[in-house]
Write a protein that binds this ligand. Sequence first.
Ligand code: ZN
Length: 288
Amino acid sequence: MRDLSADHGLEHLSLNTATVRKQGDFLEILEAAKRHGISCVSPWRDQVQAVGVERAAKALRDGGFRLSGYCRGGMFAADAMHRAAERDDNRRAVDEAAALGAPCLVLVVGGLPQFSRPGSVASHDIAGARKQVEEGIAALLDHANAAGVALAIEPLHPMYAADRACVNTLRQALDICDRLDADGARRLGLAVDVYHVWWDPEVFAQIARAGERIHAFHVCDWLVPTRDMLLDRGMMGDGVIEIGKLRAAVEATGFSGPCEVEILSEAWWSRPIDEVLSTMIERYRTVC
Ligand code: ZN
């Protein structure tokens, strides 16, 4: 297991740009990252689009940044009227990831059609949504392979099953990988986010099962109480997740990518960007 306390150059840290999304636009976030010695980021699609993909790509190149992923594609479940738009949108997400130099596109797969693709006919059929998710990933794989972008399914905590992701455990995500890419040649894999998987009694067995399929590792913390289902994630060390133990398990599979800090939090969004980044770096070295 890597010793992050000795990582003075922040070689193994990545900033997921959603962590400071309210404090500046994408270019301002890159400048702040640079000030703090952070050289790896994982951009969100809406933040990139707000400044334009070409400008974002140039700023990343000029700043010498590496990427740990691109967030996000997915939201596969849709009714027949919205299916073509979903397919197009996901192919564009792959193209943007390739243009920015991201190694993988993180897939938040979507829940029921009316929440994944608003305007879709309402449905209560979660099994049907899961089938559509798998079909959507299968339909995207050729395009992703041609672009050289790996697809990383991110299982989300089950509290998001209706509106954000009906793939809720590592086992479910790995079963999809096994069905669509049995030998791993198509590089279909996972994003393991401690916030979503820490509670799972099978988490360590499934991380071991994942082996080389892990493309990204996201960290933050689970606060007790959690006051908002989406926007109350904790800074590492402020909650109850055994982050170090999970990181050790992920690294034991051979994963050598960065520890990506992704904190969606109204509380942290209301603080100055330099305070958030310096706290994050300190916790990265002492907690992760
Ligand atoms: Zn995540």
